[in-house]
Each structure stands twice: as structure tokens, then as C-alpha cells.
Write a protein that binds this ligand. Structure first.
Ligand code: HEM
Length: 455
């Protein structure tokens, strides 16, 4: 570890160069550790400093390790969305979608989509969320072994697509979107960890399949937009917000932008919720007592009728199980930013153009922020205890101008789904289940094969 003083800062204290994390090897630097066991590697970086330099091949990346400084980065205008994670996503999300745009374009896009996600818009999605949740438990009644990856992503896509682009025409199309996204997500993961560039253009079966799914997704989105226009209907949802949106000059936004936005919202929405549903099912399998308590809560709050969206805010224990799942298994486990100016972070110098990374996974599992930090304890989110958690030590949806627009939507959806599932079934692992973490664009269990046992 080295700490050098490089130049006087603007204040009396000189800005220092952050220490270099230990454990690098010649040529590869810390890259091999990030590939071999990223969760363990990121989890111990705080021992080396609040900000540490990592060598990834010839490149220097700045890792931010404390809750307070990750909050500073997320809230500061000195950093924009860029860096390796986003570059790997651009082939799918485009450069102009809300998830990847920066500056005034991003601000306008956020203003456009925000109404579809605001608190008072969400109850209108309730009946769809409930219908899809009950459809899931019905599908699982047969007692057959469930391939939980497919099942979790299916329900995530169906809820996002049917809520945000409402219409009868969505029902059949939601399954097609689901098949396409499954192919695209696994292909993108491969492209991120094994960035072989031109090799992905070779017409091998896997590449052809990836390109076919990408093309079909684009066709589907165009069909959905055309059908909505032809229907003449304007339900209060995301698609209406996009079709009615105006640009800086007061003109309707272009067809391409509408198209890109639908993809840029549907894709992260489905991938993150799908991964979280998998983690929730793992938690219910490994801690059956949590499922029993959720069932008790549902009985007390709801009685014998089906759970409705209006019940969600009273299902506090269930919501705490969801929150604790997001703490220990944050779907978005790593975030990247780029400094747009020479700046200072925690007394360290960050040069213009520097790439930064930080890990909600590492921050949310840090023993300095949480007692019994590895333990699954939903009660740590009780009002009398949650105040002990340091600021920004629990930000699975991030904070600041890039905060997930869908935090309320997602919490409502996941709480309702968990209440319905845990009331109907218990789970046990079947052959071939492998709950170890799979580290891709999102974090989720590798492969879950579960048997749903009726209650
Ligand atoms: C468990 C569920 C979810 C989690 C944990 C999650 C997490 C996140 C996080 C951490 C970010 C910030 C990324 C950054 O700071 O670089 C983000 C952004 C975003 N999320 Fe989510 N998300 C979830 C669900 C959804 C859903 C359901 C949708 C839409 C249907 C959605 C749409 C988006 C969009 C469009 C952005 C980009 C926002 C911007 O850059 O302004 N997310 N999400």
C-alpha cells in the first residue's frame, strides 16, 4: 500500500493519492481477483482505505468503500454514468436511453418517465401485480420441480410489461419479450466477462440466436407502440407518458427515442426484479420459518380473502423480509461512474476522466455498519432499530439523480408477490439446485431448482 502526497489541494490540507489496494499481480493487477471472486475482493477493500486504487491491466480504477463516500459520489455532479459496466450494456440499451444518457437529455427523460412511477400512480398497477402473483402460485401447484430462473424472470417481465404498457395486446407479447430477454441477458453477461469484440460478430449459432432475440425485441417494441396508437387509448402509464412527451422545443419526442426508452426501462426493470425474486425464493427455501411468519401476517391482516395491493402497506413483516433480501442480495451489486472534472473525495485527489466503482453488496454487508452483518434478520428494519443503520449503508436502489425511478413500484410488487407465494407454498431444493451467487450484470443465485410444497 502506498500513500503519496501529490499536490496541494485548494484548501490548506493537500490532496493525497488514494492507496493502492494490496494483492495486485504484474500485468493483470487486481483484474484476476475481480474475475475470480469479486464479492470477496470488494468486501475486503475497505480495510485498505476509504478510497483505493485498483489496477485493471493498464487502467487505474478508483474503488469507493465507505457508505458516506458512496453517497457523496452518487449525489455529486462531478461524476456521470459511464465506465465498464455501462459500456457492456450499450449494445442493448443504446447511448440515448434514460439509463445511459447524461446531462440535459437525461434530466428531460427522467421528467418524462417519472409520472408513471410516482407513488400515486402505483395503485393503478395493483390489480395486474395481484393477478400475476396468483397466476404464479397456480402454475406451481402441480408439484413439479421448478426451474426458478425461468419462472422468476417470467413474472418480472410480465408485471413490468403489462403495468407500464397496459393493453390486452400485451398478454401474449409478454411471453415473447421474456424469451428474447432471457437470451439477451445471458449473451450480455458473456460479452461483459469475456469481451472478445469482433468474435461476437462471427455467425456461430449462439451469436445468431443473440442477434435474432435482439432483432425480435426491437420489432416487438415497435408493434406495441403501433398497437397502442391504433387503439386510440391513453391509459395512465409509461407508454402514454412517452407518446405524449415533448422535447426542449416543445415538439413530440422522436420515434427512435420512444423506442429506446421502452427498451431502456423494460430491460433493467426485468433483470433486477427477476434476480431479486430468485433471491427471495432462496431465502424462503433456506429459512422456512420466515415463510411461516409471512403466512401468519397475511392471515392476520387479510384474513381468508386474496391479498390485494391495498394490503401491502400493512404487510410490514413481509416488506422487511424483502428489504433484508435486498440488503444481503442486492441485484445491482456494482456501480460505476466517471469523474468529469478534477475533484476531491474524502481528502483524496480524483483526476478528470477517472473511472470509479463501488459495490452496494460490500457496503450492505459491512460489519462496521451492521451488527451480525451476515445474518438474515428482517427485524433490523423495525422502526426502533432501523435508525442504527448509517446513512447510505442501505441503498439498493441508489440515491441522487440516477436513483432507480422504480423503487416504490418494485417494493410494492415484491412485497405483494412474496406475501402471495409464501402463503401458498413452502419450498425445498431439488436435484441440480446450485444456490451459490452468480455474478453477472446482476447478482442472483446460480441455478435454483425447487419443489413447491402446498401449505
Ligand atoms: C429489485 C428491483 C430493482 C433494483 C434493486 C433496482 C436498482 C437500481 C439501481 C441501483 C439503479 C441506479 C443505477 C446507478 O446508480 O448507476 C437503477 C436505475 C434504474 N432502474 Fe432500477 N432497480 C429495480 C427495479 C427496476 C424496475 C422494475 C424498473 C422499471 C420497470 C427499473 C428501471 C430503472 C431505470 C430506468 C434506471 C435508470 C435511471 C437513471 O439512470 O436515471 N428498475 N435501478
Amino acid at each position: 500500500m502506498t500513500v503519496e502526497s501529490v499536490r496541494p489541494g485548494t484548501s490548506e490540507t493537500p490532496l493525497r493519492e488514494p492507496p493502492v489496494a494490496g494483492g495486485g499481480v504484474p500485468l493483470l493487477g487486481h483484474g484476476w481477483k475481480l474475475v475470480r471472486d469479486p464479492l470477496a475482493f470488494l468486501g475486503q477493500l475497505r480495510d485498505h482505505g476509504d478510497v483505493v486504487r485498483l489496477k485493471l491491466g493498464p487502467k487505474t480504477v478508483y474503488a469507493v468503500t465507505t457508505p458516506a463516500l458512496t453517497g457523496t459520489v452518487a449525489l455529486s455532479p462531478d461524476y456521470i454514468i459511464a465506465g465498464p459496466l455501462w459500456e457492456s450494456l450499450e449494445s442493448l440499451l443504446g447511448k440515448e436511453g434514460v439509463a445511459t444518457a447524461n446531462g440535459p437529455l437525461h434530466r428531460r427523460q427522467r421528467r418524462t418517465i417519472q409520472p408513471a412511477f410516482k407513488l400515486d400512480a402505483i395503485p393503478a398497477y395493483g390489480p395486474i401485480m395481484a393477478e400475476e402473483s396468483y397466476a404464479v402460485v397456480e402454475r406451481w401447484r402441480s408439484g413439479e420441480v421448478l426451474d426458478v430462473t425461468a419462472e422468476s424472470f417470467r413474472v418480472a417481465v410480465r408485471i413490468a410489461a403489462r403495468c407500464l404498457m397496459r393493453g390486452g395486446y400485451m398478454d401474449a407479447r409478454a411471453d415473447r419479450i421474456c424469451t428474447d430477454l432471457a437470451t439477451l441477458f445471458s449473451g450480455m453477461y458473456q460479452r461483459m466477462v469475456v469481451p472478445l469484440g469482433p468474435l461476437y460478430k462471427v455467425p456461430l449459432p449462439a451469436n445468431r440466436e443473440f442477434n435474432r432475440a435482439l432483432a425480435d425485441l426491437h420489432v416487438l417494441v415497435d408493434e406495441i407502440v403501433a398497437d397502442r396508437r391504433a387503439s386510440g387509448q391513453k391509459p395512465d402509464d409509461l407508454l402514454t407518458a412517452l407518446l405524449e412527451a415533448k422535447d426542449e422545443n416543445g415538439d413530440p419526442i422522436g420515434e427512435q427515442e420512444i423506442h429506446d426508452q421502452v427498451i431502456a426501462i423494460l430491460t433493467p426493470g426485468s433483470e433486477t426484479v427477476g434476480a431479486t425474486v430468485m433471491s427471495l425464493l432462496l431465502v424462503l427455501t433456506e429459512h422456512p420459518e420466515l415463510g411461516d411468519k409471512i403466512r401468519e401476517e397475511v392471515k392476520t391482516v387479510v384474513g381468508d380473502r386474496p391479498v390485494a395491493f391495498e394490503d401491502v402497506r400493512k404487510l410490514t413483516y413481509t416488506a422487511n423480509v424483502v428489504t433484508e433480501t435486498l440488503r444481503l442480495y442486492p441485484a445491482v451489486w456494482i456501480l460505476t461512474r466517471r469523474a468529469v472534472t478534477d475533484t476531491e473525495l474524502g481528502g483524496y485527489r480524483i483526476p478528470e476522466g477517472a473511472d470509479l466503482i463501488y459495490s452496494p453488496y460490500a457496503v450492505q454487508r459491512d460489519g462496521r455498519s451492521y451488527e451480525r452483518h451476515e445474518e438474515f434478520d428482517p427485524d433490523r428494519w423495525l422502526p426502533e432499530r432501523s435508525g442504527d443503520v448509517p446513512k447510505y449503508a442501505m441503498s439498493p436502489f441508489s440515491v441522487g439523480n440516477r436513483k432507480c425511478p422504480s423503487d416504490h413500484f418494485s417494493m410494492a410488487e415484491l412485497t405483494l408477490l412474496t406475501a402471495v407465494i409464501a402463503s401458498a407454498h413452502r419450498f425445498e431444493h431439488a436435484g441440480g439446485s446450485d444456490p451459490r451467487p452468480r455474478i453477472g450484470i446482476t447478482l442472483r443465485p446460480r441455478r435454483l431448482m425447487l419443489r413447491a410444497l402446498p401449505r
